[in-house]
Design a binder for this molecule. Sequence first.
Ligand code: SF4
Ligand code: SF4
Length: 382
Amino acid sequence: MSKVAIVKCADYDPDSVYASVSKSLELLGGLDKYIKPGMRVLLKCNLLMKKRPEEAATTHPEVAAALARAVREAGAHPIIADSPGGLYTTSALKGVYKACGMEEVSNRDGIELNYNVETLEVNHPEGRLVKHLTVIRLLEEVDAVISVCKLKTHSLALFTGAVKNLFGVIPGTAKAEYHLRMKRIEDFSDMLVDISTYVKPVLSVMDAVVGMEGEGPSAGTPRKIGAILASPSPYALDVVAASMVGIDTGRVWTIQKAKERGLCSDKLADVVLLGDSFDDLYIKDFRIPRHKEKNPIERYVSGNSRIARLVRSRFGPRPVFIHHACIGCRDCQRNCPPRAIEMVDNKPYVDLDKCIRCYCCQELCPKKAIVIKQNWLFRVFR
Ligand code: SF4
Ligand code: SF4
């Protein structure tokens, strides 16, 4: 049975975070069980976009710093990295590191930040949906990866944690190709499990001190949870984290696809919980994205038949642009996989026949100017 360590952590005070991270590693047998002296260790943080740490859209810098300190104490060399949405360039990385507070902890503690923006093609013969991947070069140059993820809701995947975080090894705009190839959330999630089985993180450590509820992964609201979670299994970690905020693991496709492959169970009872009480941290009113709230007719339109697809495209959720909040930056247009967005008078308009409902536009909008709206018919049924 997989083990998941749960350690309370009240806030982002550097000493408290370090104590909680250290305790979680100790509960799992110590970091030296997973990495060896001299190793180069990639700390794969969630650095989705330029967001301040208090917005809770990205891994908090103090969690990355605490882990970097632990890696150094184990005699290894930590490198903070991610490929955020948008272009994968040195200047884009610099802007994200600065906004997310990583530059500050890097300067303070001398932690290396990755600026290598080369990419390369790799084979993944065991992959179920993807047997070739384009990845950031650093991934191939390190000895171990730790997924340093954030607990958040997600407009497409419902929940994002340790597994979804690894999508960030796919460089910048190359992510769009994966959305286009795997349009259904079931397939997209299966592909995320392929990526996870390729990356094989030695550990996953989750920043659940303050997570994001509501319209995640970027337009939601920060919500205090008060914990650091850690596990050698990214799948078991996601099962515990989703359960902790009351999200039904049966609705999280990455968990279901991992379960299909025998990588985990979707039941909390099948995980060995170590450390602090799960019940003490359980949140029963954590808000999920509005369009993901249970809908009585959802199960009739979740398949891949022509009718199901037609009903989804006509009556399913869709992105709606709030023009008065939009600053015309075009990030949504640049990152729309099927190029379904047109700018007219510097405001975005979507062609819903082309739209694949990936919600990348909402995820990457810096002004929360895109909302996902459920069709009135779905609302009536609900
Ligand atoms: S909707 Fe958001 S991402 Fe798109 S142009 Fe406006 S501000 Fe930029
Ligand atoms: S308009 Fe938004 S939801 Fe639709 S395909 Fe483009 S990025 Fe995805």
